[in-house]
Design a protein around this ligand. Structure first.
Ligand SMILES: [Zn+2]
Length: 234
């Protein structure tokens, strides 16, 4: 039976996430919410995240500000700020495997990480959570379910990103679950290993498509490398 892991990015959003949680409950589905750290400083949003946590959903870190890709910046403190500070704000909401999802505007490219960011993730024992399906619900709030079904049709285990934001897209979540059930696709909470190239700080797959190696001798990240085996150039 094909599987789907569903994740929600950029929320929680008051007025939207309540309904999302209700629909998830009705269908008995558990998911992961990837939150922008600075958003969780707002009490209403934090309360919603706490409700999701109490209902068995997981939380991951989706940067502090959702505004800059690591590959577009030379600021050496960017990983500490965008990953570390956001993780601190997540606090006890965070999943123990420290899920981190970079901001990529829906695209996996060599800009979404940098060598410094990868070193920060491995040293801190983070799990890099990418994705394999993005139905672009924010651009097409009334048509995303069709695209979502097409995107996962040929995958044994897809990791999908949708957004619990105020676009109107979440009004179709119930319909999406009905169609998944009709297609006999099982929704699971675990993140698929093939979409987590770093797990608990350990490099599991080649990372060269995720960052731009610099000319002066690219740092190499070996499969199996973790904070105990990796060279520390910082
Ligand atoms: Zn996002």
């Amino acid at each position: 039976m094909p599987r789907l892991t569903l994740t929600f990015d950029n929320g929680p959003t008051p007025g939207i996430t309540e309904q999302v949680l209700d629909v998830l409950e009705i269908h008995g589905i558990k998911t992961t919410f990837f939150c922008v750290g600075s958003d969780l400083l707002l009490p209403q949003r934090r309360e919603l995240a706490q409700r999701a946590h109490a209902e068995g959903h997981w939380h991951g870190n989706h940067t502090l500000t959702h505004s800059i890709q690591f590959g577009m910046s030379d600021d050496p403190r960017l990983p500490e700020r965008e990953i570390g500070q956001s993780q601190e704000i997540l606090g006890d909401l965070a999943h123990p495997e420290k899920f981190f999802r970079p901001w990529g505007d829906g695209k996996i490219s060599q800009n979404i990480l940098s060598a410094e960011a990868i070193r920060y993730l491995t040293a801190g024992g983070y799990t890099l959570a990418l994705w394999t399906a993005v139905p672009r619900d924010w651009e097409d709030p009334n048509g995303w379910v069709d695209r979502a079904m097409r995107q996962i049709r040929d995958q044994d285990w897809a990791l999908m990103v949708v957004h619990d934001q105020d676009t109107g897209a979440m009004a179709h979540l119930d319909e999406f679950f009905e169609r998944l059930a009709a297609a006999e696709i099982e929704v699971v909470q675990e993140l698929p290993p093939h979409a987590t190239p770093i797990r608990n700080g350990q490099v599991l797959t080649d990372l060269t498509h995720l960052y731009r190696a610099d000319d002066a001798g690219a740092p190499q990240f070996q499969i199996g490398q973790s904070k105990t085996t990796g060279s520390d150039k910082s």
